[in-house]
Ligand binder design. Structure first.
Ligand SMILES: [Cu+2]
Length: 119
């Protein structure tokens, strides 16, 4: 084995580690981008309770509330939506096709309210 090859092999684990670190970094960036319009359901509330998006954008609602069920719905003349029962840990995407201000409510917890401003 040449010295050059031996050196390359010795350095190779570092190259693998650097590539892995770069991929993890990229994955984190993509994850952050996807979570931009993410809303959490926790403590029987939406967090945040208000969000502004553009027409055609989606909001992702994550049930982070232990073993509680939620059930998001929108009932407006312009747009309606019903998630059905949201299992703990589940993610619900709502795409808003029209501009306006919409209340997302929970059929199980009447005090839960998320306001979505669609521009
Ligand atoms: Cu609820």
């Amino acid at each position: 084995m040449s010295i050059g090859k031996a050196l390359w092999r010795a350095r190779h684990p570092l190259a693998v580690a650097a590539t892995a670190a770069a991929l993890i970094g990229l994955g984190t960036l993509v994850g952050v981008a996807l979570q931009q319009n993410s809303i959490s359901q926790k403590g029987r509330e939406f967090h945040p309770g208000e969000i502004s998006i553009k027409r055609g954008d989606a909001v992702q609602i994550v049930n982070d509330d232990g073993d509680l069920l939620h059930h998001a719905y929108i009932d407006s003349p312009k747009f309606s939506f019903d998630s059905g029962d949201q299992q703990p840990g589940s993610k619900t995407n709502i795409t808003f096709p029209v501009a306006g201000d919409f209340d997302v409510l929970c059929a199980i917890h009447p005090k839960m309210r998320l306001v979505v401003h669609v521009q």
